[in-house]
Ligand binder design. Structure first.
Ligand code: TYD
Length: 140
């Protein structure tokens, strides 16, 4: 299978905006409105011990929105040539990750929640978990 040649510059942080009240805020995510793919799966990371790193893989097809639903963390994107580190620290901001990029997540604050909206159901065959294989596929 060939790997998409998207670059880290094809990813962006999108302000999902918020419905603001003195009693609290609401942020709304809707297929086809402010999410550019149909959401098939939602999962979230929490209780990440201080100093731990998550991710460390790429996807052939999967597209994602990554949101710091609580607290903060950094997402490091890598297209085999360029690297970008993006700090997420507001629940109204979503990082759109396109397919074909290596990503890792670190610097999780205590109590942080990393919510992920995904374009496909879980499929291990969509993962590339070896960085050397990722580099090889990117150079093909
Ligand atoms: P993994 O993708 O390695 O986590 P992360 O990228 O956050 O570091 O997944 C960890 C484990 O959870 C692995 O055994 C696969 C499993 N898993 C599922 O079963 N379904 C899912 O939707 C996800 C994201 C992971």
């Amino acid at each position: 299978m060939t790997l998409n040649n998207n670059t880290v510059f094809d990813c962006s942080v999108i302000d999902m905006s918020k419905i603001n009240a003195t009693t609290g805020n609401i942020t709304v995510l809707e297929n086809g409105v402010n999410v550019p793919f149909d959401v098939k799966r939602i999962y979230y990371l929490y209780d990440v011990p201080s100093g731990e790193e998550r991710g460390g893989h790429a996807h052939y097809e999967l597209e994602q929105y990554i949101i710091a639903a609580s607290g903060s963390f950094d997402v490091i994107l890598d297209d085999g040539v360029n690297r970008r580190s993006i700090s997420l620290n507001r629940p109204n901001l979503a990082l759109h990750i396109v397919p074909g990029l290596w990503r890792s997540l670190d610097n999780f604050s205590s109590g942080s929640i990393c919510m992920v909206l995904a374009s496909h159901v879980y499929d291990e065959s969509d993962y590339i978990r070896e960085y050397s294989q990722f580099k090889k596929l990117r150079n093909e």
